[in-house]
Design a protein around this ligand. Sequence first.
Ligand SMILES: Nc1ncnc2c1ncn2[C@@H]1O[C@H](COP(=O)(O)OP(=O)(O)OP(=O)(O)O)[C@@H](O)[C@H]1O
Ligand SMILES: [Mg+2]
Length: 422
Amino acid sequence: MSQGSEAEKEYVLERESELRLEVASSPVSVLLLSGTVEVFGTELAKRRPYEFQSGAKVAFFTWHGCTLKLMGSPEVAYISRETPMVLYLNTHIAVDQIRHRASREGKMGPRVVIAGSVDVGKSTMCRLLLNYAIRMNRRLCYVETDVGQGSLCIPGTMGITPIEGPADPVEGFSNIQPMIFHYGHNSPSPNVKLFINIINRLAAVFEKKCEVNEKFRVGGCVINTCGWVDGQGYKTLVEVCKAFKADAVLVLDNERLLNQLEHDLPQEARILLLPKSAGVVSRSRTVRRATREEKIREYFYGKKGLLSYFPFTFDVKFSDVKIYKIGAPVVPDSCLPIGATKEDGSTTLLPVQPDKELVNSLASVSMATSSEDDVINHNSAGFVCIMTVDMEQETMSVLSPAPGPLPRKILLLSEVKFVDIR
Ligand SMILES: Nc1ncnc2c1ncn2[C@@H]1O[C@H](COP(=O)(O)OP(=O)(O)OP(=O)(O)O)[C@@H](O)[C@H]1O
Ligand SMILES: [Mg+2]
């Protein structure tokens, strides 16, 4: 039921229903007038306006009923009673049982992998499970392995972060300090070996965290994956499950994938099929590209309509940095000398000489102090975008979230580009 004018409208939600909202160009404010409601697991405070910016797609789910007021003109706003939330809650309860046992018996907490094709609500499921765990006073890690549409940092990266508080209903998990690793492509396919190498590194970081912190050991982790689940994509998914010794794999809306995983994962892993919510909004290739660009813009300038950051642009001398790419180009067999065997250069550091081609390239500032320092296993201090290259002065100007000079010398070039049009 709804009443009121277009710019201001009240929605009365019955128990176990949700209001789905898609925001077009102008922001929409949402006010909880009565009852209780949550956005992907985070409860809204009463009578406090929450402003959702253009592009936001959210569901306000109520367990016991509520009245919401919307101010603004959303692109889409409708109530649905058809939601899989009861199943999702039961899944959370089952996962939390593993935490109870881990606490009682001094064992590891659950390592939960969320899998499925694109646009099935994987990232939303991660947020929901993390929020529900936090509401049970758990502490746990979130691991992001989706290099295309990941939520922790810019595209072309993977990361891990401790979660110690609920996500903000508008901004998501914002007050977090993730440890980010450079991969350099927005799909696992260009360098599967490097991808798997980073997955193993993330699993090692997670295990270390569990060793030193009892609460995190019990809480375990939630691992997001990318939606490429065929061929090599499937193989990388299996590697993720194996590296983290996943004991729960939640497969959203893909029976075929469920079957394959049941066949290929160890018996200890419980694999569960869950339906996708009809509220999940599909994104075209163009929208995905725009989302990736927005994520990079956000890294330097802050979230649209929310926080504004003021990035810095400064010059860096060619002699002050060492630029590398990870992964040597594959040499076709026909080009190899007779009798020679192909060397795998997937994780080799290749020095790059600065030139104009580097303009608009993103680069990670590696925490490694020298190229002999096992660079690919070091995390990133941050990212810069190369804005201009002056071959005469032998300098390049970079856009950076922090003022110069750069904290380290080694820059790892990403294939992901960013054209800074403000
Ligand atoms: N119940 C819902 N009602 C409205 N919008 C929703 C609902 N569930 C998810 N969404 C929205 O749908 C979009 C896609 O969901 P999500 O990002 O979780 O899918 P995904 O499987 O992770 O996609 P990808 O394959 O791109 O990683 C998001 O903008 C999310 O906020
Ligand atoms: Mg996702």
